[in-house]
Design a protein around this ligand. Structure first.
Ligand code: AMP
Length: 218
């Protein structure tokens, strides 16, 4: 089963993909996480993309597609994959079709987590993570017990550089200009399932489970 999670930054793709990873036993591959890992480890790729991520722009298609191709060739992706944050352009979507075709496979479903723009801005600007265990918090909807401190391990809470208010607006513009056309692209192919992302995490997940049941039917 191959799934793409779509939706604006802050829609909850990563949270839902983590839940699905456990249920479906398929790897959750998040392009943003792969880039951030490379930046943290100061690899050549990391050096190449750091400034682009900080600005909130998209990494060039050729670089992103190369990274995903490499990740998809790992043995854990052989049975299927949950992609989060990729594809983000029509060119990436076409490259993904080729990557699946090369292994006689195909994309089964695109889950589009739909959410109002005003809600997104609040979610992104309020999003903080534990520096140690990565647990996400939101200062409004799911705050830690003590401000700035992780409930689980007492780690310091930090903000992604690109979640700062000045970059959030730009990321949303990039999403609406370059990524949102993919919604119609996948709807036309009959692959799109729309999920109401403004519900609680459990309800969104319930809707997703309903949608993916039957997605493997021919
Ligand atoms: P995310 O964690 O998905 O919000 O991604 C963080 C950043 O990584 C984005 O703002 C882009 O700079 C870069 N990025 C992630 N995925 C892609 C992609 N599919 N194409 C281009 N850039 C990407």
């Amino acid at each position: 089963m191959n799934i793409v999670m779509m939706g604006a930054p802050g829609a909850g793709k990563g949270t839902q993909a983590d839940l699905m990873e456990r249920r479906l036993r398929l790897p959750h591959v998040a392009s943003g996480d792969l880039f951030r890992e490379n930046i943290k480890n100061n690899t050549d790729l990391g050096k190449q993309v750091r400034a682009i991520l900080d600005r909130g722009d998209l990494v060039p298609d050729s670089v992103t597609i190369g990274m995903i191709r490499q990740r998809m060739s790992q043995p854990d992706c052989a049975q299927g994959i949950i992609l989060d944050g990729f594809p983000r352009t029509i060119q990436q979507a076409e490259a993904l079709d080729t990557l699946f075709a090369e292994r006689a496979d195909r994309l089964n479903r695109v889950l589009y987590i739909k959410i109002d723009n005003d809600v997104l801005v609040g979610r992104l600007a309020g999003r903080w993570f534990c520096k140690i265990c990565q647990t996400p918090y939101n200062v409004v909807s799911s705050p830690p017990k003590v401000a700035g401190v992780c409930d689980r391990d007492g780690g310091e809470l930090i903000q992604r550089p690109d979640d700062r208010p000045e970059t959030v607006a730009h990321r949303l513009r990039v999403y609406f200009d370059q990524t949102s056309p993919l919604i119609e692209h996948y709807r036309a192919k009959g692959l799109l399932s729309e999920i109401n992302g403004e519900q609680g995490i459990e309800q969104v997940y319930g809707d997703i489970v309903q949608q993916i049941e039957g997605a493997t039917q021919p």
